[in-house]
Design a protein around this ligand. Sequence first.
Ligand code: PAF
Length: 282
Amino acid sequence: MQIVTDITHLREIRRSWQTVKEVIAFVPTMGNLHEGHLKLVKEAKKTSTKVVVSIFVNPLQFGPEEDLEAYPRTIQRDTEALEALGVDLLFMPKAEDIYSRGLEQQTFVEVPGLSYMICGASRPGHFRGVATIVCKLFNMVQPNQAFFGEKDFQQLQVIKAMVTDLSMNLSIYGVPTERESSGLAMSSRNHYLTDEQREIAPLLYAQITAMADAIKSGRRDFSVLISNVKSALSEAGFKPDYIEVRASDTLLQPGHEDKDLVILAAAFLGKTRLIDNIQFTL
Ligand code: PAF
């Protein structure tokens, strides 16, 4: 596995692959890799001839009160895991090269609408930061395909919209969420949970799964269902942020004609904000 930190070097390698018509798959990450990330890499390997993974903890997508400094950095372990999977290139750029004119001056990419709702309403500027870094990384790596986890469902929709809106020439693949045996969605943020919080955490997915089942069996009183889930989570020790039922393609409130739905959820356990979702069809 080649480890590259320099953008010019990355471009040289990318150019050499171009001449032999390699199919390049790209998995952008912020490191602290878990089984969910490794699944993205495994999926990427199935459809490509070269796999590039990036590790970059992107300051532009963290709010002022969020955990940028505390975000876990586990480069040694991550590198070994990627090497073992046969990744071709690990790109680990430096923040000063990515944002060479400074964060304040940075040109940004923003997908309106989708970026402002749900998670975007709770985390203003977050999806602008995500879209900007993903666009920049796409420009550097120039992949034919890119892989993202469905756990960050709204992020996936934002990126798909950006690719469509900016006529980018690559395919975006969503990969189903990897879960622990308890049902808890794998996330870098799970490391922050205490043993006691880990016991409670699977309730988030259990609650939205039960809610999806209720909707599938005919319930349409979404606001009652949402309020019941929030109460159950609060009683267990969560501080719910949002529980939403949306049309899975647009993330808008579902109309009668919408059959493909998603329940999106975010809740705090202590200081840790967990997110999850479940997609289903009526
Ligand atoms: O999902 C993530 O880890 C990040 O949001 C991403 C896509 C790597 C952009 O920094």
